[in-house]
Design a protein around this ligand. Structure first.
Ligand SMILES: Cc1cc2nc3c(=O)[nH]c(=O)nc-3n(C[C@H](O)[C@H](O)[C@H](O)COP(=O)(O)OP(=O)(O)OC[C@H]3O[C@@H](n4cnc5c(N)ncnc54)[C@H](O)[C@@H]3O)c2cc1C
Length: 339
């Protein structure tokens, strides 16, 4: 059986490695746009306070994965799925090729969500969603420090990633202003009391937190960046980071005619509307309507899916009990997180 997996994040690589063990006779191909190897995405938000992050973040090199018998096609973009012919068209080094599959697994992850008012200002803001994003930001920061400037960052979004990155940049000594549109931080994950604790922890680290401060857009002013707010504008930033949630990558599935809701729709067996195409991870919307966009449940999906594809179970995937946790330096929630 030839199993083709799109994506080399927690979903794709955990699945490939487990399948390698459970189904040694299967041929495994991973198509991925990544070039750096399999890395820990959660470490991205602590990517400024650690000097060794660009090497320590790599969990497995692609060379190592290939040695274990997984055909990793790196720097490769899956372009289209023909589910009638059971083929995927992909591009590598400017050349288009086609591979057939018996089972296709979609683990393309998610993009950072960019609210519509910001989209016109592309080029004025950055996101932190991949190792390439982190490397770019670290270079920008190093150049500012080398010129004797203490970087001043605006972070737009006081959710989990915005708060984590704000704490990490503040820990390095940078100036950080965190803009959040709502009256309390991480309101989707924390009860009010914990939001208040988080606010004082961030302020203690030196983060200038602005609540009820929804940004309308961004501008360049006098060589620096500015944020437009309802009450005027705030200028003088070296970088703007947008951290407003995530958007499942659904375009390939949608173009192939698979059902897509917020994510790629899958049933209790992580199977899309085509029985030979499955999906998991940040891109998949499960039968209960949820997207399990955290490492622990995604790993569980991948381990279950390997068993299922190897013919070792027919039971449905059961979402595990898990506790999300924000990696804000110095913060511990007193109550369970909401999910
Ligand atoms: C900054 C940050 C901090 C986080 N912190 C935590 C945390 O502390 N705890 C936690 O549980 N979760 C955390 N998360 C969420 C967690 O990292 C994700 O839920 C998880 O990594 C998703 O894994 P995935 O494999 O579904 O997707 P991804 O890791 O996004 O991998 C998707 C892969 O698909 C590839 N791809 C996409 N489209 C194509 C295509 N067309 N062709 C080929 N390849 C393609 C991409 O290149 C990538 O390799 C964090 C996320 C971020 C961004």
């Amino acid at each position: 059986m030839h199993i083709v997996i799109i994506g080399s994040g927690m979903a794709g690589i955990t699945l490939a490695e487990e399948l390698r063990k459970l189904s040694p006779e299967s041929r495994l191909t991973v198509l991925t746009q990544e070039t750096h190897g399999f890395y820990s995405r959660p470490m991205l938000s602590h990517g400024f306070s650690r000097d060794d992050v660009e090497t320590k973040i790599i969990l497995r090199s692609f060379a190592e994965l290939r040695t274990s018998g997984i055909d990793i096609q790196a720097d490769t973009e899956a372009l289209a799925i023909d589910h009638a012919a059971k083929t995927v068209t992909y591009r590598n080094a400017g050349k288009e090729s086609i591979t057939g599959y018996d089972k296709l697994v979609l683990g393309p992850g998610s993009d950072a969500f960019i609210p519509p008012p910001f989209r016109a200002a592309k080029g004025l803001y950055r996101v932190i969603n991949s190792l390439d994003d982190l490397i770019t930001l670290r270079r920008q920061r190093a150049a500012l420090l080398a010129s004797g400037t203490t970087p001043r960052w605006a972070i737009v979004g006081g959710g989990l990633i915005g708060c984590e990155v704000a704490s990490d940049l503040a820990k390095t000594g940078d100036a950080v202003v965190l803009f959040h549109a709502l009256p309390r931080l991480m309101e989707r994950q924390l009860v009010e009391q914990d939001s208040a604790t988080l606010l004082s922890v961030l302020q203690g680290l030196g983060v200038d937190v602005r609540l009820d401060a929804g940004a309308d857009g961004f501008e360049r002013a006098d060589g620096q960046l500015a944020i437009r707010l309802a009450g005027g504008q705030e200028a003088g930033f070296d970088g703007i980071l947008v951290a407003c949630g995530f958007k499942p990558r659904t375009a390939l599935a949608e173009a192939a005619g698979l059902e897509v809701r917020r994510g790629i729709a899958v049933d209790t067996h992580l199977t899309t509307t085509d029985p030979d195409i499955l999906a998991l991870g940040d891109a998949a919307e499960c039968a209960d309507g949820r997207i399990y966009a955290y490492v622990m449940p995604i790993r569980q999906q991948a381990l279950w899916l390997a068993k299922y594809l190897a013919g070792l179970t027919t039971d449905p995937w059961q979402p595990p009990a898990f506790k999300p946790r924000a990696k804000v330096h110095g913060f511990t929630a007193a109550h369970p997180y909401l999910f």
